[in-house]
Design a protein around this ligand. Structure first.
Ligand code: NAP
Length: 305
C-alpha cells in the first residue's frame, strides 16, 4: 500500500491511537507519526515501545506540519485539545477524531477549526476493554465498521481520503448523519455497556451475601458482563454525558421490555418468553452471518493481549 498522509499526528496515545499507529505502519500508509499524550508517564511508555516516530510533550507541537491530525482522547476532552491545536494547524490539513459520540464532538471541535483546514469526524466501531499505550494492535479495525460523519459543507475530497485510510487499515466504511450515528451507537454499544455496568454492580452487592460464589460460578453468563464492565471509566463517563438523549431513549425502551418479561415470568407466560428468546437468537445468527463475530463457543475470549 502507499502513503495516504505524509505526516500523521496522534493526540492521545491509548487503545485507538495506538492501534492506528500499528496499522499505519503495517500498511506503509504514512511516512511519519508524531504522537503526544497528556501524562509524562504515557509519553514515556510510548517512547519506550517505539509506538510513534516521535513523541512530543504538547498537542500544539505534535500538529505542526501534520497532514492528518487524529483526536483520540475522551469525548469530554476534545474541545480543550481542539482549542490548543487550532493556531498550529497546517493549511489544507485534515482534523479527524475517533470519539464514540458524534454530535457533541462536532459541537465541541467544529468552532475551533480554522478556515482552510478540513474537519472529518469519524468513529471506528472497534474496541476492547483495555486502554493505554500498550493496549493497541494493528488488527483492531479489521472487518470492523468505521463510521464517517461529514460536517455540513465539508470538503468531499478530504472525506474520500480519510475513507481510503480507514479502508487501508482494514475497516469497512460508511457515512452517517450525527444524530443517527448517536442513536445507532446508543443501541449497539452505549446502552449495553450501561446494562453491563449495572449487572456487575448488582452482583457485587449480592456478593456480600453469597461471598465468593458470584466469582466462582461466573462462567454462567456473568463473566461476559464483567469484561464489558471493565471498560475505561473516563471514556464511558464521557460517552453517557455526551450522548444523553439517545441513551435515555434506548434505556426507556429497555425498561419497558424488561417489565414485559418480568410480567411474563410472574404470570407464567412461557409462550411469550420462548417467542422472545427465539427472536433474539435469530439476531445473534444475523450478527455471525454478517461476519461481526464467530460462532466459536469461547465467544469473547480470543488470544490474550
Ligand atoms: P485510552 O486508551 O484511555 O486513551 C486515551 C488517551 O487520551 C490517553 O493517551 C490519555 O492520556 C488521553 N487523555 C485522557 N484524558 C485527557 C484529557 N483530559 N486531555 C488530554 N488527553 C487526555 O482511550 P481509547 O480507548 O483509545 O479512546 C480514545 C477515544 O476513542 C475516546 O474518545 C473513545 O470514545 C473513542 N473510542 C474508544 C473505543 C474503545 O472501545 N476503547 C472504541 C471506539 C472509539 P494519558 O494516558 O496521559 O492519561
Amino acid at each position: 500500500m502507499s502513503v495516504i498522509y505524509k505526516r500523521v499526528a496522534l493526540i492521545g496515545l491509548g487503545l485507538i491511537a495506538g492501534s492506528m499507529a500499528h496499522a499505519l505502519r503495517r500498511g506503509g500508509l504514512t511516512d511519519n507519526i508524531v504522537g503526544t499524550a497528556r501524562s509524562a508517564e504515557t509519553r514515556d511508555i510510548a517512547r519506550e515501545i517505539n509506538l510513534c516516530d516521535r513523541v512530543v510533550d504538547t498537542a500544539a507541537e505534535a500538529v505542526e506540519g501534520a497532514d492528518l491530525v487524529v483526536l483520540a482522547v475522551p469525548v469530554g476532552a476534545m474541545a480543550a485539545v481542539a482549542k490548543e491545536i487550532a493556531p498550529h494547524l497546517k493549511q489544507g490539513a485534515t482534523v479527524t477524531d475517533v470519539g464514540s459520540v458524534k454530535q457533541a464532538v462536532i459541537d465541541a471541535v467544529g468552532p475551533h477549526i480554522p478556515e482552510g483546514v478540513h474537519f472529518v469526524p469519524a468513529h471506528p466501531m472497534a474496541g476492547t476493554e483495555h486502554s493505554g499505550p500498550r493496549s493497541g494492535f494493528a488488527e483492531l479495525f479489521e472487518n470492523r465498521w468505521c463510521l464517517l460523519v461529514p460536517v455540513d459543507g465539508g470538503d468531499s475530497d478530504a472525506v474520500e481520503r480519510l475513507k481510503s485510510l480507514w479502508q487501508a487499515m482494514g475497516a469497512n466504511v460508511e457515512t452517517m448523519e450525527p444524530e443517527h450515528h448517536d442513536l445507532v451507537c446508543a443501541v449497539t454499544s452505549h446502552a449495553p455497556h450501561l446494562i453491563a455496568y449495572t449487572m456487575v454492580g448488582v452482583a457485587d452487592d449480592l456478593r456480600r451475601v453469597t461471598d465468593y460464589e458470584v466469582v466462582k460460578f461466573s462462567a454462567a453468563g456473568f463473566r461476559d458482563f464483567t469484561r464489558i464492565a471493565a471498560s475505561d471509566p473516563t471514556m464511558w463517563r464521557d460517552v453517557f454525558l455526551n450522548n444523553k438523549e439517545a441513551t435515555l431513549e434506548i434505556l426507556g425502551r429497555f425498561t419497558e421490555e424488561l417489565f414485559a418479561l418480568q410480567r411474563a415470568i410472574r404470570t407464567g407466560d412461557g409462550d411469550l418468553l420462548h417467542d422472545y428468546f427465539t427472536h433474539t437468537r435469530a439476531i445473534r445468527r444475523g450478527i455471525i452471518d454478517a461476519g461481526q463475530d464467530t460462532d466459536a463457543p469461547d465467544f469473547g475470549r480470543g488470544p490474550k493481549r
